[in-house]
Design a protein around this ligand. Sequence first.
Ligand code: SF4
Length: 387
Amino acid sequence: MSEDALALYVHWPFCVSKCPYCDFNSHVRASIDQESWREALLADLAYEADVVPGRELTSIFFGGGTPSLMEPSAVAAVIEAATAHWSPAPDIEITLEANPNSVETARFADLARAGVNRVSLGLQSFDDEALHFLGRAHSAREGFAALETAQKHFRRVSFDLIYALPGDTEDRWSATLAQALSLGTKHLSLYELTIEPGTRFASMVARKEFEPLDSDAAAALYELTDSMTSEAGMPAYEISNHARRGEESRHNLTYWRYGDYAGIGPGAHGRRLGMRTVRHRKPENFLSAIARKGHGIAEEAELAPGEAADEALVMGLRLSEGIDLDAIASRFRLGSVVDVAKVEELARLGYLKHSGTRIALSPAGRLLLDHILGEIAAPQPSVFAAA
Ligand code: SF4
């Protein structure tokens, strides 16, 4: 990854309804003034371009929320401005997350004309009952139709599925996954259903309206996912993401490889020039910040070297390729970023692969990511004196 490279994340904060498992920054509003939102995003973008000038733009990612609800002309305006502020890489990846409702599917041709070259579809399930449980606003039939339309308009199409729903079995999930792998996509995001605090599902579980799948059964489904996708030539390159070689999400690789990215729009996070940024989460607060200051930043702070190295470790260990410990240490001018004795112990136990200066999680280790991070993080990394 060149030091010059920059990725851009654009957050569109609106959805038609709130899914009961969702803890993203998404909001439902009776009406949305698309014109004001386009102008606000362009202002936020121009601010970032002033702060981080002269970079090569390697990817743009429209996430949300439901960015397929954006007017394609607003998507086009953001792409046009971003590629004018920065130099676009010849193979720039421009992804947009889409829901498979018919209204949104009808916009795919215009979104492709706007410059989007990769779509990530939130199919989530092929089963109407499961879609109903997940509070999704589309049917399985609409999902298949959206995938077909997307594959006509975009060269790269990924889709998401959620597994480990209450009552899920290995038989049911392996049938779903086999079907998913037969649909001609080269990238899949496969997420285990987790009950996040503050969501409607969390309240339902507290009221005992349903019981989540137990962790052993969920781990068995994870292992099944790992083996089926590997056999099909789409192994996990990250905990929940699977791709054929070369079809990985370049944008998300920038996050996991700890590259620089600008984040604009409500609640967007960014990290560039050693600074972490967070935008105002609530859409109305974001708009008023833009009107007052010309940008939507709510917090901006310098990342201390130890903190940045810890983050790089957390992000990098999500990847199958793992991380180069020496590269992180020298990048942040630190003596060491891990407790080496712990790394060796976990490698002996089969949770980590350790080769030269690189470490990566084994499949068994991936199930224990948080625990392993807690074990290996160096207690107090020492800082070299600046040369
Ligand atoms: S569509 Fe996506 S972002 Fe919107 S509420 Fe559902 S899960 Fe959350």
